[in-house]
Design a protein around this ligand. Structure first.
Ligand code: MN3
Length: 375
């Protein structure tokens, strides 16, 4: 029986991961953690009987304890760290947003557990630190995101020596066929019409600016130890190919399938095996059209900026990520225009003095200061 810890169990990836576990033989839930959604957490406790839960703060401990007498309840970042250090589990699935789980993820790596990573900030903000610790502990971080899962599926294993280049596909977002002039007028509801994947509002905007794809290039760099020059972004409006690998003999291998997160989540839990597991809609290969284009950096300057910041390393992507988050939420609240998102980010990056080889504390500090400055 493989025991799984799910951080962020009440979120989109967390709930889908539990649906996957429902259909897997020999997988149990050792621990669940969540932020504010205690109601859903209690339903999950009833159904999956974890030994431990970890919640955001101590205010709901009594409420949970009253209902589940034998359950251990931890809280806060320290609770996550303590959980990560235990020996009672096999797989540590990180499906939280933001940086709350970063220290715990590092502890789980040092504890030599299988890491299934769905959180962006881990590698975007702290890729240098996390990948170094993973290497020292001989741990491969298994990606949950569809593009990176596709790359891993094409490679077969992390040590494939015959691969040459990675191609991360992007749907191109809702503005693929609009001009910059059109984009000036876009409202939040225009941007939220995302054609292919059903996702949260924040990430949908990040797909429409292609910032998300820039972040995915950074993640691929650290996950697969590839130079930035050999990771390409490909616009593929059909979202049927989830990513591709080019090999030394000129062959390309692509991973295709329906756009469902159940598949990459399941692969991360069962890697390197494949199982039938959860049933997804069947993929109809007939009468499909596949198109691949170069991204237009003039139209989507944030993609270029993200890649430039990635090459500089240090705290640049931490600052970019924080500025992006503040700007996107301002846009979603109707406080700024769509193209103001990139103006805010460009200005913030221009004003940033990089710190090379930052410590975790310096990364957290850069994140905090950027948010305060842009508030
Ligand atoms: Mn993705």
């Amino acid at each position: 029986m493989k025991q799984v810890v799910i951080l962020g169990s009440t979120g989109s990836i967390g709930t889908q991961a539990l649906e996957v576990i429902d259909k897997l033989d020999d997988y149990g839930v050792y621990a669940l953690s969540c932020g504010k959604n205690i109601k859903l957490l209690k339903e999950q406790i009833k159904k999956y009987s974890p030994k431990v839960v970890c919640i955001e703060d101590s205010s709901s401990i009594k409420e949970i304890k009253d209902e589940f007498k034998n359950l251990e309840v931890l809280y806060g970042i320290d609770g996550l760290v303590e959980l990560a250090k235990r020996s009672n589990y096999d797989i540590f699935l990180v499906a939280t947003n933001g940086v709350v789980a970063l220290r715990a993820t590092i502890e789980a790596i040092k504890n030599k557990k299988q890491i299934a990573l769905a959180n962006k900030e881990t590698l975007v903000m702290a890729g240098e630190i996390v990948s170094k610790i993973a290497k020292e502990n001989n741990i491969n971080i298994i990606p949950v995101d569809s593009e990176h899962s596709a790359v891993l599926q094409c490679l077969g294993d992390f040590d494939n020596k015959f691969s040459k280049r990675l191609y991360l596909t992007a749907s191109g977002g809702p503005f693929l066929n609009n001009s910059r002039k059109d984009m000036e007028k876009f409202s939040a509801s225009d941007a939220l019409k995302h054609p292919r994947w059903n996702m949260g509002k924040k990430i949908t905007i990040d797909c429409s600016t292609l910032v998300n794809k820039g972040f995915e290039v950074i993640e691929a760099h650290y996950l697969f130890d590839y130079d930035y020059e050999n990771i390409k972004v490909v616009i593929h409006p059909q979202s049927l190919v989830h990513s591709m690998v080019e090999f030394v003999d000129g062959s390309f291998i692509a991973q295709m399938g329906v756009a469902s997160m159940h598949i990459p989540i399941q692969y991360a839990l069962t890697y390197p095996k494949r199982v039938e597991g959860i049933k997804t809609d069947s993929f109809d290969i007939f009468n499909q059209k596949l198109e691949f284009y170069k991204p237009d950096y003039d139209k989507f300057p944030l993609l270029k900026l993200t890649l430039d910041c990635a090459k500089k390393g240090g705290i640049m992507n931490t600052v970019l990520n924080a500025a992006n988050e503040v700007a996107v939420y301002k846009f979603l609240r109707g406080e700024i225009k769509f193209l103001d998102i990139e103006k805010i980010i460009f200005k913030t990056i221009e004003d940033t003095k990089n710190i090379i080889n930052p410590s975790l504390d310096e990364i957290f500090e850069a994140d905090k200061l950027t948010r305060i400055k842009l508030k």
